[in-house]
Design a protein around this ligand. Structure first.
Ligand SMILES: C[S@@+](CC[C@H](N)C(=O)[O-])C[C@H]1O[C@@H](n2cnc3c(N)ncnc32)[C@H](O)[C@@H]1O
Length: 209
């Protein structure tokens, strides 16, 4: 089983997504990274700006917060995760910025099974936020099915193969996708933690301008 012992993912600066900061310059205001708990809101907003409403698989989606927010934005999102979990009791409403109670009876679609490429073929867009053991399979699916994906990989746990010791998992995974012939691009979101991602925008219904 591959271990966690790999160098950290590259920074947004190293990926060329933001201009390098001047030495000694401090971040302030909107430049300060938001806490990890905002990652669902930030990713849902990025997806809504980047893709048209479509059928989404929220692979390794845990409690389903990302799916809940995507459904609010007109997507049809389904969590695929072998561990069945209820939605959180509270969340930050992206419209108001306020901490809100999850409405009584709120649910998301779930398939409580491990991800497989056969499941992935049902969706236009495959999203994996810090999901375990699914990233290479998602690139494999995208190559076979021509759908789109957004991956923010955290660690190598459960993946079928792994980089050699000392090599960066994020770069290795992006290289794996490119080796399949995919047009892998980068994104970053302003939350603390592993906040860089790789995405492929393919020719099915999810593609936007
Ligand atoms: C670190 S958690 C991330 C959960 C959520 N996406 C988040 O950002 O909070 C990793 C998730 O991957 C799920 N997972 C593990 N193996 C999986 C598999 N084979 N297929 C789909 N999900 C899997 C786990 O059950 C867990 O919910």
């Amino acid at each position: 089983m591959p271990s966690h012992k790999y160098p950290s993912a590259p920074t947004p600066e190293q990926l060329g997504l933001v201009a390098p900061r001047q030495p000694g310059a401090r971040r302030s205001g909107a430049e300060l990274p938001k806490m990890k708990k905002f990652r669902f809101e930030l990713l849902a907003a990025w997806i809504a700006e980047t893709f048209k409403p479509c059928k989404v698989a929220d692979v390794g989606g845990g409690k389903g917060m990302l799916s809940y927010l995507l459904d609010q934005d007109g997507f049809e999102s389904t969590v695929i995760d072998p561990v069945s979990q209820p939605l959180p009791a509270k969340y930050r409403d992206p419209a108001t910025g306020r901490l809100s109670k999850m409405p009584a009876g709120a649910v998301v679609r779930r398939i409580d099974r491990p991800y497989t490429p056969e499941l992935g073929a049902r969706y236009d867009l495959l999203v994996a936020l810090h999901a375990h053991g699914v990233n290479q399979q998602i690139f494999d699916t995208v190559r076979q099915q021509g759908n789109s994906c957004v991956l923010l990989p955290c660690c190598v746990v459960g993946e079928p193969s792994a980089p050699p010791p000392g090599q960066n998992w994020f770069d290795w995974l992006a290289g794996y996708g490119r080796g399949l012939g995919l047009d892998v691009r980068y994104l970053h979101l302003n939350f603390s933690g592993q906040n860089v991602g790789a995405y492929v925008r393919a020719g099915r219904r999810s593609t936007s301008a």
